[in-house]
Design a protein around this ligand. Sequence first.
Ligand code: ARG
Length: 432
Amino acid sequence: MSVEKCVLAYSGGLDTSAIVPWLLERGHEVHAVLVDVGQDEDLQAGCAKALRLGAETAVVRDAKPDMFARVIPQAIALGATYEGVYRLGTALARPFIALQQVGRARELGGATLVHGATGKGNDQVRFEFAYRSLSPEYPVLAPWKSWQFGGRQDLIAYLRSQGIEDDFAVEKNFSLDENLWHLSVEGGVLEDPNAEVDVQQVLGTVADRFAGDHASDASAKSVQIEFSHGVPVRMDGQSIELPDLIGQLNGRFRHAPWAWDLVIENRFTGVKSRGLYINPAAKLLHVAVDALARSCLNKPTYDQYCDLGRAFASMLYRGEYFSQQRLVLDASAAAVMKRLNGAVTVQLDPLPYVSWLDADDAMFREDLATFEKSDFSHQDAKGFINLSWLSRIGRPFVEGGHADAMETGTDAAPGIREDESVPDGGLVSSSA
Ligand code: ARG
């Protein structure tokens, strides 16, 4: 295997563009891979740019089929969100970029794997965990951990010194990452949570991104999504493939007032940061699927469904896709997804909410829920409370450290009438 060959996950952006001449200066041969993860960019133009910068080869590889087969269905069905808000766009794509990179290295008979992530963030971990899982035999090079540059301005100056002028205007201010699931904006005025940020102004800077083939149109008042096994199969009554559905929702609603989240985030490395995520399809689908899960799963299973979504999101966030844990989570996801079938109507004004749904497996029972008269026996609830209290609390508890009731041996807590004092009430039969 030649260690001179480097396979670079090339995005066309500032960092990976600076890496190409930097590697050449060190005598390496650069093979750029532009991985299509659904970013709204001209990847052939990216190849041409890599070649202009001196790459030996530059190829486009499509990771979308893998993403749609292996991770997007679960991310939708489990409502996968990290720390309750971030819907994981970048984290979903990184393992599949690494997978394509490793494939390219194998085609070349082996190579060093190179990425452009810094030493501060999550992406380095995601790339390097994936490399280690998939191809522990290949060396890894992360220029941010060894080069002399301190930040983005240094990179721009370096590229200029190499005679490379480019339009890094937006990248001067922000670090962007776009794929079929989201557009993330970090850095610059967003970074410090103590500083007030004008979100509309930031949105204006990136307004022409993330459009796909769809004109922005937030005029629709509602959308109906039909799910089969947790995955959308119809929109407003029409069959639609998942990639089209996500593309349409993101394109149409990218300027909707609810399309974005401003998130203070705890990175895996411990660094705190603030970022803006534009992800209308994910938000709308998560609202819809959650209503379905609430309706079709019994209470303990719904609790477990929430835990599963959190675990799945954390696993992806930490870059542990190619792992045993993911296989276990996938199996659990498949079991729960079977239950998520039905049509959900989401209203979009002012924020997405579910106004009604129609699901075969819905567990709602009017006779149980109604405030009106039904066959429900209120009597049964007495025993339910007696036994639940016994197993959960079991003794009188007095706030404020004055355990009067316990010390005096009184059964009843203060304020409870004698006939309502219940520690043992109803548990011991009067004949005993
Ligand atoms: N903070 C997000 C994450 O860790 C987004 C990262 C975006 N990456 C980037 N290189 N701009 O998933």
